[in-house]
Design a protein around this ligand. Structure first.
Ligand code: ADP
Ligand code: AMP
Length: 224
């Protein structure tokens, strides 16, 4: 089974991805996490994408597409499904992913949209803290760590992402409207996008997603 989560930055994709991957033993493919890891390692690629990410713009499709292709291939080789978090983010990325999955004789079974009003995501992003070591996400208001500034899971240092500050947040929301919403309209027109209300508490959002997965079963791959 493969799942793709959609929704504006701060809607809870990473949080729900963690729960879903745990439940279904999926590979968590977060393009944001992959790019941040490259930036941390100061690779050539990391340096190139660092500035773009800091400003809240999207990294070029070709770069992200190659990173995704490699990871999808690895997951398939291990016989595991993938949870896509933050990819695809525009129509070109969707087309590229669908072509790749067709070649691999698989598909996305559940396209889930986490619906939430913009002021709420701003509030969530401003109070988000992320572990420098393992990437686990906290929220100072709703999901604080047990000890201030320290990750419960690995003891790593918690930091505020550079793009979780106001100018970059604004830019990311504009990019979302410009690039990602048309892709979601495409999925809606094709009858593929399933919506959940992401304004509820974490466990409630998870239950809604589980319910629609149970209801839908797996999509049939059409043979042409
Ligand atoms: P995304 O991956 O979509 O950017 P995250 O999963 O990182 O979003 O969540 C953004 C912030 O909101 C984090 O600080 C997270 O702890 C918090 N959060 C996630 N889901 C909820 C929720 N249902 N209610 C309240 N806060 C949430
Ligand atoms: P995220 O962790 O999903 O909020 O992503 C953080 C940043 O990484 C984004 O603002 C982009 O700069 C970059 N990024 C993540 N995923 C993609 C993608 N699919 N396409 C282009 N850029 C991406």
């Amino acid at each position: 089974m493969n799942i793709a989560l959609f929704g504006p930055p701060g809607s809870g994709k990473g949080t729900q991805a963690e729960l879903l991957c745990d439940r279904f033993k999926l590979v968590h493919l977060s393009t944001g996490d992959i790019l941040r890891a490259e930036r941390r390692k100061c690779t050539e690629l990391g340096k190139r994408v660092g500035e773009i990410m800091k400003e809240g713009r999207l990294v070029p499709d070709e770069i992200v597409g190659e990173l995704v292709q490699k990871r999808v291939q690895e997951a398939m080789d291990e016989g595991r499904g993938v949870l896509f978090d933050g990819y695809p983010r525009n129509l070109r990325q969707l087309q590229r992913l669908e072509s790749l999955l067709t070649v691999l004789d698989t598909q996305i079974d559940h396209f889930v949209s986490l619906d939430i009003a913009p002021p709420k995501v701003v509030d969530r992003m401003v109070s988000r803290r992320t572990c420098r070591s393992c990437g686990r996400v906290y929220n100072l208001k709703w999901q604080p760590p047990e000890t201030d500034g320290v990750c419960d899971a690995c003891g790593g240092e918690l930091y505020q992402r550079a793009d979780d500050r106001s100018e970059a947040i604004e830019k990311r929301l504009v990019e979302y409207g410009r690039q990602t919403e048309p892709l979601m309209q495409n999925l809606t027109q094709r009858g593929l996008l399933q919506k959940v209300c992401a304004e509820e508490p974490v466990e409630e959002v998870f239950s809604q997603i589980m319910e629609l997965i149970r209801r839908n079963g797996r999509r049939q791959i059409s043979v042409s």
